[in-house]
Structure formats: C-alpha cells, structure tokens
Design a protein around this ligand. Sequence first.
Ligand code: GLA
Length: 379
Amino acid sequence: MAGVAEEFGRLYGYEPEGVWEAPGRVNLIGEHTDYNDGFVMPFALPHTAVAAFGRRTDTAVRAHSADLPGEPVVVADPAPGASAGWADYVASVVWALRDAGHAVGGVDVHLASTVPTGAGLSSSAALEVVVALALNDLFELGLERQQLASLCQRAENDYVGAPTGIMDQTASACCTAGHALFLDTRDLSQRQVPFDLASLGLRLLVVDTQVKHSHSEGEYGKRRAGCEAGAAELGVSALRDVPFASLPESLDRLSCDEIRGLVRHIVTENHRVERVISLLDAGDVRAIGPVLVEGHASLRDDFRVSCPELDLVVDSAVAAGALGARMTGGGFGGSAIVLVEEPSSDQVAKSVVEAFASHGLTEPRVFTAVPAAGARRVR
Ligand code: GLA
C-alpha cells in the first residue's frame, strides 16, 4: 500500500526500516475445530494489514493506525492488563515474543489495513502476524512462521484475552497464493492444497453481512468450555479423538443435549474437512458444495453459532443456484462464503442482496475471494 512508509516518516520524523504485510483469511471448512485439536482449511485473502516499522532505542511501543487520526498510542511497557485499545494487537505480540525469551526492543509502527474489521475475516490476526513477522526480521530472531503464529495466538489469548484457536494466525502467516491450507491443529502439520477455482469456471464469493452480534465473545468461550466438558465426559484429551464411526455410541454417553450438539458438530465437522480434502484431491471441486451446506446446518443447529443474517445468505444463495454456502469464522454475524458457477455468480450475488433488502437488512458487501499469499516483507 503506497503511503505507509511516507506516513511513518511524517509521524515519527525518520525513515522506517521496512514495510511488511499480512492477510486476513476465510475458512473453507473446519469451523470451531481448531481448539479441539481438529482440522481446518483456511485460505488467505488479498486484503492485508500493511505496516512500516522502525526500531527504538528504548523498550516502548508507539503505534499509529491510518484509520484513527491523532497521535500514536504509546505503550511504555507492554504487559497483559495494560489495555491500549486496538494497539493491544501490536503490544501483545511484542510482549509474547519477549515473554518467550526473545530479545525484542521497542518499535515505532504505522499501519493501514484493508481487511474489513468485525467481518469474521481475521483483521486482528493480520495485525498480529504483520507485527510478528516484522519483529522476527528486525531483531533477527530466526523463528519459523508457525512459531510466529503460535506466539500471536498466545498474544491474543493471554494479553488481549480472547480464547481463540490457532487457525487465523497460521492462515495469515503460512498460506500461499492459489492454495487452501490444510492444517492439523494437533501437531500443526500442514499441506498446501491447490484451490484454483477460476480455471474450473467457479468462484467463491464472500458475503459480509455487516452485522456483529454483541454476545459473540462470551458465546465463543462458552462453546469452547462446552467442548472441553464433552471431551472430559468421554474421557479423551480433545474431541478430535472421538472417531466418526463411533459417534452414535459417544453421543449416548453424554450428559445433556447441549453438549451432545457441540460434540456432534466437532466430530462431523472434522469428517467434513476430510471429505473436502478427498474431493479436492480427486479434482471433484463442485462436489464440495453440499458439504459446505451440511457444515452450515451443523453450525446453526448443533453448535448454535449462526444468526438469521448468515442463514439468509446461505438459504438465498442456494435457492438462487449456488453449489454451496456456509458461514465462515466464529459466527454470530460476520461473513459467509458462497461457491458458485462463474456464469451465475452475479445473479446469485444479486439474489442475496435482494433477500437482505426484502428483510429490511443493511446491504451486505459481496466480493470474490481468490486465495492469496501469506505474510511477507514488501520493502
Ligand atoms: C475464530 C477464532 C478461530 C476459530 C474460528 C472458528 O476465527 O479466532 O481460532 O476458532 O473462530 O472456527
């Protein structure tokens, strides 16, 4: 993004040492599985957080965002509990690296992001990862990308205070253009799976509902705690260990319907990721459509993280001829993805927009997602 380095110079009175960028993501399939040691399959968006950095001689962090006019936010001593608003996403990564024993000094940062915020597209992970990658280069830490992603997750969990899994940060750090990333969140093994829809006459639309239901954060934690309770009742360390083939017997052993729904979603969702991988490996890309729709129903009915707006995207898109659709990300608002034949994509998008209008809802933002590159240094 032009101007980030220039703006840095204007703000801080010296030239930045470099500029880095890191993308947001959508998740193709594998939702809420990442804190159950399960499988996920995100890919990076072309939307990125771009940041210019310069090292300081002290240990403070000064951070400025193009979206927020005014003076940079100064965090003299990054530590959990010292809330500095959005700048926490910068300071928390500095803290996580230092806490892990890495020699990281103070920095000045100016950033600008094109990742929509509050849209379930991981704008915060993009911010964390761009900081981690820049610090890794500037202070010559020699860390691998997955290590950086794990430290960003630690920053988000222990500093920002959101009990999220490892998917978003790994996607931002490790995705490659033209591929979806198959990640086993237990051992963090990865495989880049070719996902070039254009060559097959297909498109993946992202529909940002522009709604964010306020209870989302607390509900995320409740789902996570419910999954852990289910694993404990079944005597396994994580729901990943419940085999799909024995799901009916496992469900019979659970204490209540709420936990039964959570367990059924996680076990069937891991199975859906495996089915999608097999279909993609076999070149049968159109056949993933119904698996996406099944995944949405499971998130809506069993895991209960959808909302009327997300359901409306899926129902109206499928009714208009989409091959498949599902909510993506944590839920309770944010975005859905829609798999369509290229020739009908405008018509499907129009039908979704019209459905929102006829329900008196704010017009959703629709764009085509092409798998983009992960985080990188740009100058
Ligand atoms: C959010 C979290 C991720 C993951 C998804 C749901 O995006 O940050 O770790 O749990 O929700 O799949």
